[in-house]
Design a protein around this ligand. Sequence first.
Ligand SMILES: Cc1ncc(COP(=O)(O)O)c(C=O)c1O
Length: 380
Amino acid sequence: MEITAELTAFRAEMEAVTTSCTFLDHAAVSPLPHRVREAMAHYADCRGVTFGFREEFEEVSTRLRDRSARLIGATPEEIGFVQNTSLGLNIAAQSLPLEPGDNVIFCDMEFPSNVYPWMLLERQRGVEARRIPHDGGGLTLAALERHADDRTRVVTVSSVEFLTGFRTDLEALGAWCRERSIYFVVDGIQSVGAVPLDVRACYVDFLSCGGPKWLMGPIGLGFLYCRQELLERLTPPMAGCVSVVGREDWLDYDLTFLPSAARFELGGSNLVGMVGLLSAVELLLEVGVEAIHARTLHLTDRLIADLERRGYRVASNLDPARRSAIVSFAVPGDPQAAHARLQGAGVAVSLRETYIRVSPHGYNTEDEIARVGQVLGDAG
Ligand SMILES: Cc1ncc(COP(=O)(O)O)c(C=O)c1O
């Protein structure tokens, strides 16, 4: 596969990690690119000296809203900043106008961040959190059609499932939901930045995405997308000093929410995090999400072939349309021991449930991905 100048520059940004280990664990927490660390250090050195907090916030947040929107095909007005994916999903759950007896469908491969907000609604409002069996590692249209009924008001899913790496057919699920006026909520953290996405083409109503995995930003900052038409109809579940129009008219007490998704922001922002995330997202846009996606599929193709040749059982769905940058596989015997062997050899991967999970980003190499099989040897 051709290595473009952008991919070479991407790898150079990761030199601190590539010279110290084989890092194949971006589905957990990514190391920070060089420029991200530099940008945050620079901000820490100069905070408030050049512009003052307010002006800095305006400049950084405007750019970050714009770049985040670009990643997913949204407008900047549809992007609000949140601490993490979990908070964004809770905002979505608490904003939607759901009644007792309505149901929310998700599959049993969802990360708990996208399950508990709906279980809480069940307790609070008698909304049914309907967990359905996964179909080949994730949620499919066929499974949805089997389990939905006329009280289904929400379908919620990860764009890529954290354990199996199942890449959801968001376009098909989203279109199905929109035809039936069912809200479509997406947890984007396991794909945004590494897989192209167009929230309009996929009819997404809410998408929540934290920054520290595929976006390569610091921990504690992400964004929430809310479709413009929906913003106008929903009441946010929380209100703070920056959620409103005329926020510097401090003693007005006029609770008129901002027309944009910034209405979900409450108070002082994690500005150093924003500086870091902005730098990371700009890097990804320079490299190109399409190119990153192609590169990770190429690397995981090689991994899968190598694992199969060595006799391991790959747990991820192998349908090319469902593949992502995450591949999980079973090891005979003690998976903890296999994980420890990889760690001991300087290969960073995750142990999730009983599987070894490997998740390369666009800067990783064929030699690095081959290390997994080299360290573990044949399944025997
Ligand atoms: C699919 C998925 N959603 C949510 C989370 C948690 O994200 P956050 O810490 O941003 O809430 C994870 C973390 O592993 C995840 O894999």
